[in-house]
Design a protein around this ligand. Structure first.
Ligand SMILES: *Cc1c(COP(=O)(O)O)cnc(C)c1O
Length: 367
């Protein structure tokens, strides 16, 4: 049996252990330290955002955005329905109410349904959390215009889209705040971690304060409000700094992998790939496609038989038992995508031969 081909395994640059050794030499294992600062600086430089805050996860980052923007009990927060749960859990942490919005042909949130959701909301929503699904940018121009017009804060869940851009500008930097994830299978991994970015320094300072137990600026420990322990360790930041050095390479490789899939499988009428909207350059974190008639579970099982990992697309939030009683504006798009689609192995360490091997099995499955 060949080695297991994973969906999106970590891909190290080779520098990680050297930087971790530097952390140990300095003994700044914790708390924080020079690599946390370096990691924040490199994200600022890469994305063009004026401020960055390294955190224990993107979920923590999204929670902090809602706290900073004053979202609390009884408030409404709009969100893409076609996403991963980490995108929206923070709404529940704040005892606020999600309103889910379905997708359009871009697979990402539908601006048309977003408008409808705002009209139908029981009270004016405070914020929108929008996901750039699988590293492909959503229709930002239209969404920004709607949020501006309605006075709704825009939070970009860029957990999957680090390195993706729209009109040459990095995803995550368009909204009031943005969040990246460095979870185990993301395009850049620190084994676990996240980064909050915003051009608004006051908000990032406030998030930094809340992420360190909301400790007031006294010599003794003084607390006036509830905080969290959400910061990133210096050891993990060292991994992040090394990973940033190869981010562009890894984005390019993921895009190449997508191109091979598309060149081979795109010829089949049975298969449609996730699109890339005009003016955008996705990071193709995962290569994803839908079948017209083939049962995706059959394809996943055939790949599994060859020791290759693949997965169904995200199950939309409005189909989750957790959100049985939650408001949704839907048109059936994300449900159909979920029922018909799969994610193929897309790790930047894959060889061309690996990709071709996956294609051969998919071709066999759709026969
Ligand atoms: C991975 C992911 C998250 C959560 O990231 P963590 O760093 O694991 O908390 C949130 N949203 C989306 C869309 C994700 O894919």
């Amino acid at each position: 049996m060949m080695d297991r081909l994973f969906l999106s395994p970590p891909h190290m640059s080779g520098k990680e252990q050297q930087y971790i050794a530097e952390v140990f030499e300095s003994n700044y294992i914790a708390p924080l330290g020079a690599f946390v600062n370096r990691f924040e600086e490199s994200i600022k430089t890469y994305t063009g955002s004026l401020n960055a805050l390294a955190l224990s996860s993107a979920t923590a980052g999204l929670h902090l955005t809602l706290r900073v923007l004053g979202v609390s009990e009884g408030d409404y927060v709009l969100a893409s329905s076609f996403t991963f749960i980490g995108s929206v859990n923070a709404i529940l942490y704040q005892n606020a109410n999600p309103i889910f919005v379905d997708s359009d042909e871009s697979w990402n949130i539908s601006p048309k349904l977003l408008k409808e959701a705002i009209l139908k909301a029981p009270k004016k929503p405070k914020a929108l959390i929008v996901t750039h699904l699988y590293g492909q940018v959503c229709k930002l121009d239209e969404i920004i215009a709607i949020c501006k017009e309605e006075g709704i804060f825009l939070i970009e869940d860029a957990a999957e889209s680090l390195g993706a851009s729209y009109h040459g500008r990095q995803s995550g930097t368009f909204g009031d705040m943005g969040v990246y994830s460095f979870n185990g299978n993301k395009i850049l991994t620190t084994s676990g971690g996240g980064m909050l970015v915003s051009d608004n320094q006051e908000w990032v300072d406030k998030a930094r304060f809340l992420s360190t137990q909301a400790k007031e600026d006294y010599l003794h420990y003084e607390h006036k409000e509830v905080g969290y322990n959400y910061r990133m360790s210096n050891v993990l930041a060292a991994i992040g700094v090394a990973q940033m050095e190869v981010l562009d390479e890894h984005v390019n490789r993921r895009r190449e992998i997508f191109d091979i899939y598309q060149n081979i499988l795109g010829a089949y009428e049975e298969i449609q790939f996730m699109p890339e909207i005009e003016g955008s350059r996705g990071n193709r974190w995962l290569s994803t496609l839908t079948f017209n008639r083939t049962d995706p579970i059959k394809v996943i099982n055939l790949l599994e038989g060859a020791n290759i990992e693949s997965r169904p697309l995200w199950k939309p939030m409005h189909m989750q038992p957790l959100f049985n009683a939650t408001m949704v504006i839907e048109n059936g798009t994300s449900q159909t995508l979920f029922e018909k689609g799969i994610c193929l192995p897309s790790g930047s360490s894959m060889s061309d031969e690996d990709v071709i091997r996956v294609c051969d099995i998919v071709k066999e499955a759709i026969k």
